[in-house]
Unconditional design. Structure first.
Length: 209
């Protein structure tokens, strides 16, 4: 099996799925894994700058499942290696210093590339927060949801609406004359429901697809 350390909004759907599965089958271990997945997705949204997650980005590989201590030098080496293999980084950047690559690509620590920099305001990350909050009631999940919403509103809003952006970083926002249907559908739906009364559209009575 060839494992790639890529992540994007669709990856975050796994958190909600595992959370629901843990409740259905009474498996506490899966709920713990779901919590870590949801927390990881909210961390990524914040790491890329004010709530923005590129459609596809690549993380460093953790050397062991037993622990993953931070090593700045290893990260910088991985950034250079990934840039050499990248098809989306320009030649003048690819051949530059590691600091030039990090600055041009606006890479947060731990990330090595952003294969697709556009951001479409997908629903999977906030969907995971919503499902896990309805299951656990942990107030920190509400804080995460509010941070995500205010970040999107602050970073991505235009005078007309909230469009798709070609670049997922905060430093290089470029609005596109497009609007992803997910924003007006499931994304705003989950933002609305996570702050609503838990009895409104209860997960005991409704299934989201």
């Amino acid at each position: 099996m060839d494992i790639k350390e890529e992540v994007g909004p669709p990856s975050c759907a796994l958190g909600a799925s595992m959370a629901l599965g843990s409740r259905l089958f009474g498996r506490e271990q899966e709920k713990h894994a779901a919590t870590r997945l949801v927390e990881g997705c909210t961390w990524i949204c914040n790491a890329w700058g004010r709530g923005a997650m590129p459609s596809i980005s690549t993380l460093m590989e953790c050397p062991s499942t037993d622990g993953c201590s931070w090593d700045e030098d290893v990260w910088r080496e991985e950034v250079v290696r990934a840039a050499k293999d990248s098809l989306v980084i320009k030649d003048e950047v690819r051949g530059g210093s590691v600091d030039a690559i990090i600055e041009r690509e606006q890479l947060p620590k731990g990330f090595t590339t952003r294969t697709r920099g556009w951001y479409r305001l997908e629903h999977e990350a906030i969907g995971g927060v919503f499902v896990l909050y309805r299951m656990t009631g942990h107030p920190d999940l509400l804080e995460s949801a509010w941070d995500m919403f205010t970040a999107i509103n602050r970073t991505w809003s235009t005078a007309v609406d909230t469009p798709r952006k070609h670049d997922g970083t905060y430093m290089l926002p470029q609005a596109a004359d497009l609007l992803n249907p997910s924003w007006l559908g499931p994304t705003l739906r989950y933002f609305y429901l996570v702050f609503s009364d838990p009895e409104l559209v209860s997960l005991d009575d409704f299934v989201f697809n």
